[in-house]
Design a protein around this ligand. Sequence first.
Ligand code: SAT
Ligand code: MN
Length: 615
Amino acid sequence: MAIPRTCIDRAWLRNLLFVRLVARLVSFPAKIDKTMKTSLASLQEWVDQVASHTRAAQVHWCTGDDAENRQLVAQMLESGDLLELNQETHPNCYLHRSDPEDVARVEHLTFVCTPNRDEAGPNNNWMDPKEARALMDGLFAGCMADRTMYVIPYCMGPINSPLSRLGVEITDSPYVVANMRLMTRMGTPALRRIEEEGYFVKGLHSTGELDPDRRYIMHFPTELSIMSFGSGYGGNALLGKKCHALRIASYQARTEGWLAEHMLIVGIENPQGETRYIAGAFPSACGKTNLAMLIPPEAYREAGWKVWTVGDDICWLHPGDDGRLYAVNPEAGFFGVAPGTSQDTNPNALAMLNRDAIFTNVAVTDDNQPWWEGLDDRRPVKDWQGRDFDPKRGAAAHPNSRFTVPISRCPSFSNEAENPKGVPIDAIIFGGRRASLVPLVMEARDWNHGVLMGATMASETTAAATGKVGVVRRDPMAMKPFCGYNFADYWAHWLSFGQRMDRLPKVFQVNWFRRDDDGGFLWPGFTENMRVLEWILKRCKGETEARETPVGRVPAADDINLDGLDEVPDMETLLAVSKDGWTREIADIEKYLEEFSGRLPETLREELEKSRKAL
Ligand code: SAT
Ligand code: MN
């Protein structure tokens, strides 16, 4: 991978080290409360050392309780970090406007600092851990001199689950504290568990000056630590999310024998009252949140089908004693994309957004309600930057504007999300945005072929990360920006489950985004995706046939239940497997896999060869 512009040259590094030295010399000890806040010496030492290095004006250990949150909110209203929304229509809802240059994850500034470059792989930006540490120490020196430093103990996963993992984020952003409180199990109970276990992931964050040229998100997987400087947005700053629960956790999971994945978890209850669980990997902003809280079409609801939400973004998969994979959602909240969320597309999301939510970079109406494109036909008065809305300047809400809300507020929330054992997974689905080629649904021949399907999936880029939108790129398992080590080793880890477990989920690939010649979507999507999930579950139970194609098994056109659809979709085109198209795709996949040659598992090559021969 090309070295990004921001990769330091040595002269700059020397300057930084010099600045750091000077900062050290002139620094005076921060006014730190010297009382021990934890019985865990390693935690107390780290906090004290960070407080002294950043010269934090104050240190606050977060308890996560309501009084603390009320006080933080009051303080942020005063500083302008939060703006009150209409408290009659949206009680306890607030708006945050981020810096206009800080609106999405920054993949080109995100590094995995393993001891050697090969371990991080071509899928990651890499920096030598010593260099990275020196660079970050320089940036953090004195950076909290006029700020409060918050210490956030948190638990990823149910607080009483052996599958959960602990972390502590230190940050100078009260907005991050408020979001972490919604997104994780944060505060005193997490601290008690950290003290019992004795180890935790260390995340150090500062918004710095929000200067895009002094912005880095660094991961040190062997040390279970994260350092993030210069951004206050989403996955760059809420370190429990992508940094811990995916990049660091995926690395940990490899050595411990489990999987940390960018997947939603959803339970489908049939009219007989039996619930089966599906995990689905889709790149950011491809509808995971909508699928996780889907409301079945009317005919299904009348028949007694229900959908239960366990998670919308991250899934930790652990092998159970019975040979099945069990999933927990490490998160406790949603950080969902606002634009496009409406009564039609996701009524469950809308229902939970009228109280206790933080909105980031949405627009507001004349009566101060949050608003975004696709919500309804009201006209906003202020855009996401707080300017009078002028359509000539583009959308009113930023395309990556978000809502943060506790998962328990969701009408379809599943109590199983708190089950310390997790939920058993019957099917794994891989999906992306593909205007052509990829059929609506396709089943893998077996586990190994399923791993190939995941490893070679591609999708059009979205606004969730900075960079060009709409470009097709390979995004294996939707983990391109989130895998904490070399993809070749990661695929080998996935394949290893095939040897170890005898009741693995069936694997499927889906594509809700296939288009016709005029550019229109061929499949209605959203609630109607239930029809595809039903076929998938029937396959898992051996209740329906599938048609063998060279690249996977597809349903016959009339095997997908279309009852009650106003317009009958063109199923032949939606399920078509083009020989020429797939021949080109396989050639492209081969080129892509070349990047990993030397480490690429032979099994993946063999699976690809099977498909090519069959074509
Ligand atoms: O910015 S986040 O990583 O939290 C959201 C996303 O990209 O999925
Ligand atoms: Mn995501």
